[in-house]
Write a protein that binds this ligand. Sequence first.
Ligand code: SF4
Ligand code: SF4
Length: 283
Amino acid sequence: MENRKGSIGYINKIIPFSNVDGEGNRMAIFLQGCNYNCLYCHNPETINRCVSCGKCVPECPVSAITMVDGQVEYDIDKCVNCDKCVAACDKNSSPKISKLTVAEILEKVEKVKLFISGITVSGGECSLQSDFLVELFTEVKKLGLTTFMDTNASTAICDNKELLAVTDKTMIDLKAFSSEENKMLTGIDNEMVIRNIKELGAMDKIYEIRTVVVPEVLDNKRTVDEGSKLIASINTEIQYKLIKYRPMGVRKELLNTSSPTTEYMKELEAIVNGNGIKNTLIV
Ligand code: SF4
Ligand code: SF4
């Protein structure tokens, strides 16, 4: 049989235990690279792959990043995670990216498998590395663990039969119900997002839908109202998470606004509950 453990993923970071990335205790794996450029992105260093320009190298206080044959090399053992390199990068990237094979990630999963119920692969946008996901999920399921994707749902996941066969659930961002607003916020319209929600929902492949609430900038009431009606028409048990925008780590030159009030979040929660969703969460 073909060796399916050699595929390489571009990994931003791995958190061995997380209880906020899906059902139960999970390993969360964040991939590098995103096709969105959200105004409120909290991790802009995950958007692009490093182009080895070298600008960040002199900023490292412990020489954990070096230039070797024109390419940036990162030594995870030396790194003290000060993030001076990330602050120096003007290309929405990071030199702290690991290229790991499926076999290398499986080694990490094996070490903690007794303590987790599954893995969640996030981003960046994880569906951009779908071949890698198919191979990783195939192997992880052999260990008796569940497989979740945390995705912006802007690619045709609903048509990817190979990936769906090994994906237990998705967690989907509904950033804006209006396609124009989604484009203003992310750079891309939301037609595929809505299609994915409808089709993945019909396949019982959605664990959670999330909306970040941004006062003054977005039509939050429309997104939450139309979004919850859509979710309720599919399955009222799907969790709808309303996330308060927090101006931490964001690029303030792109979006400078405050967090929503608790009263406003409660107002939105009432709309969601009124539309029949049984499981609403404010964070
Ligand atoms: S985060 Fe690590 S690699 Fe980056 S500057 Fe700090 S020590 Fe160096
Ligand atoms: S992380 Fe950014 S600054 Fe550093 S080498 Fe890569 S592209 Fe250049």
